[in-house]
Write a protein that binds this ligand. Structure first.
Ligand code: PLP
Length: 238
């Protein structure tokens, strides 16, 4: 029995190592195509479908940033491996904010003013600034969260009042089933919005990050300027 388990463990580890190597190569190639340094592109391993043991394996392979989309699992996994950097990537209810603030490297899913106020308040309470990305709904799909593109500028301007929350860039998602051209144009529009907002020169935000791209579309996202990709299924084979 023990030998059987060990065999399965080694096989899984090997598969994870291969997946990670392949994704790293793809990131390098996409970065080269867009004339950028692959070291400037951050891989967030989306661990929402795997257990803490698998997260630890991934960490031992050199992956140090992980993403979770539910507060309960975020806390569980963050507490199990606090040396890693933890990203919150899912829709965030205001009543869950307190439980994750102080433990996040980045919250990718700021999509409304009430949530911003709550993050600011919770950050004040723990005396730690929270870095967030503004999630923008470029595709306009009704079921998708995110701020409408035409509200981005005023949101950024107002956010200066919230001293303990810092907007560090943008996040968007492309539709799951869409032609490549449409996916590319959504990422390009997000990238253009970032460029326009950089020109506004808001002193209270730096807008460095552009979080776009998942297993199906991360190479397109990098070609269009993403510097964070959030990858789950193609890394963990789920
Ligand atoms: C699940 C999830 C991902 C990862 O998706 P994969 O297709 O499994 O790579 C990325 N971003 C968000 C917001 C997610 O919920």
């Amino acid at each position: 029995m023990v030998i059987l388990y060990l065999g399965v463990f080694i096989k899984n580890m090997e598969k994870l190592r291969q997946n990670y190597a392949e994704i790293t190569r793809n990131i390098e190639k996409a970065a080269a195509r867009s004339g950028r340094n692959p070291a400037d592109i951050l891989l967030v391993a989306v661990s929402k479908t795997v257990d803490t043991a698998t997260v630890s394996k991934a960490y031992s392979l050199g992956i140090s940033h992980f993403g979770e989309n539910r507060a309960h699992n975020f806390i569980l996994k963050q507490e199990n491996l606090p040396v890693a950097r933890w990203h919150f990537i899912g829709q965030l209810q205001t009543n869950k904010v307190k439980s994750i603030v102080g433990k996040t490297f980045l919250i990718h899913s700021l999509d409304r003013w009430k949530l911003a106020e709550e993050i600011n308040k919770a950050s004040q309470a723990v005396k730690m600034e929270t870095q967030v990305l503004l999630q923008v709904n470029i595709s306009g799909e009704k079921q998708k969260s995110g701020l409408a593109p035409d509200l981005v500028k005023s949101f950024l301007a107002e956010a200066g009042q919230l001293k303990m929350m810092k907007i560090a860039g943008f996040m968007t998602m492309a539709p799951l089933e869409a032609p490549t051209g449409e996916i590319r144009s959504i990422f390009r529009e997000m990238s253009n919005i970032r460029q326009m907002m950089l020109k506004q020169d808001f002193k209270h935000c730096d807008l460095h990050y552009l979080s776009m791209g998942m297993s199906q579309d991360y190479e397109i996202a990098i070609e269009e300027g993403a510097n964070i990709v959030r990858i789950g299924s193609s890394l963990f084979n789920t």
